[in-house]
Design a protein around this ligand. Sequence first.
Ligand code: BES
Ligand code: MN
Ligand code: ZN
Length: 508
Amino acid sequence: MIKIKQKSDNLLDHKTECLILPCTEEKKPGQTLKAVDAVLNGAITAAFENKRFTGKPNQTLLLNSAGCLKADNLLLVGVGKAKEVTAEKICQASGAAAKVAERSNFKSVSIFLNDSCFDQIAKGKGKLYGELSGAVAEGAGLALYHFDNYKSTDEKDDPPSRVGQLTLIPASKVRQATVEKSIARAEKIVNAVHSARDLVSHPGNTATPTFLAEHAKKMARKNKITCKVLGKKEMEKLGMGALLGVSRGSHEPPALIVLEYYGAAKKKAPTVIVGKGITFDTGGISLKPGAKMDEMKMDMSGAATTLAALQAISSLKLPINVIGIVAAAENMPGGSAIKPGDILKSLSGKTIEVLNTDAEGRLVLADALTYAQRYKPKEVIDLATLTGAVLMALGHQGAAVVGNNENMIARLKKSGDATGERVWELPLWEEFEKAVKSDIADLKNIASPGVGAGTITAAAFLKPFAGDQPWTHIDIAGTAWGYDKPYTTKGASGYGVRLLIHYLEHPK
Ligand code: BES
Ligand code: MN
Ligand code: ZN
């Protein structure tokens, strides 16, 4: 990601191509902005007065400073009403402004950490100022993401505009240390989100199960994490028939990736995060239609979020124990592929009638969730691009959560609201659990006809494998891709990393 610095400077003397000024809807630009406004002969006040700028969330207005300031241009960005400012709103505004600056071809960009909108709610308290400064860094860092690993050098002769330098300007010298800390933290989070976006953006012929395993090993080595990878042989020995069944139609060998992070005493029960890692989902013998099938390279988004979350947890040194488990396989219709009607024996011993090979995510998760029980977890969270049905329920606006513990879901909801990575609960009524019981095996991988509620029946299938401790399933099929926020870019969103970090940092 772009390196973010901080520099305590008098705004009038600060040299940059583009000075971003966050503004609230109230027409009180505050002490510091007043000075800027005066030098500009009242240009900011005028913009408010003739309504070219109102300060509404994420609204921007670019003004040339015509030599009146050391900054060549001013970019006003709205953060909404002063009383309603939150970290998420600041994050969005910062992302919106960073994108405008980039499109305007500015290479050096600075953002003023405006007292007049921060401190109205911060009331001079360092903690909130730090949080909001961090949100500025996060929003801009996330918005300036690019994935161009596959652009040849010829194309790069005409490089698109990129911001090369981003500077945060604390409102006063006293704030410097706080801002420094906030930037360091934001960088860790942004790096993790970007690594998730990278993994998801890679095409299926690069990001194979083996590639995910290699990435996990490298990432673990750089952080204080141990990583072990179970291959086909080890899985056969353990009896992971469900995961192995899915991978049988592909030439790519499957992988079960296990990451262990101990930030607390080893005997403290860990949180286990489980991610669906289907590196490409053709549907298998129950083949998907051709339109947009390319997007099914994103079917390992749960895995990407899991790996990135562990990276962030470790770099932030969270004082907790967390295990990450990724079930990675490619779902292909090869000659040895499983067929509709086949029965698989899962690691738990439960048998599964596969009535649709395109409902493969729940099969690999079944074995990964059973494997999670080895760690006697305090709680289990799984993330998966599990159903198209979640797009019917929530569109791209939030993920569905289904689980067995109200407290856990309530806390996840709070974290979702705080980070903008919202979740919404769907009910796991027992009728849905009945709907996935098979006539000839223990379970079937799709519900009986006419039951509907595809997202819930998928979760109902997972429940018998999830254990008795608190467990929540998060269906990210609608949010991992095409999640449109001022700080996201087209394609992979990295959804879930910021949600999980917030959740883990706010226990109880
Ligand atoms: N990976 C898909 C779900 C998906 C759909 C992810 C759209 C992202 C965008 C999953 O494996 C799948 O195919 N689910 C089926 C289940 C059905 C066969 C019961 C679905 O949702 O259609
Ligand atoms: Mn599928
Ligand atoms: Zn899938």
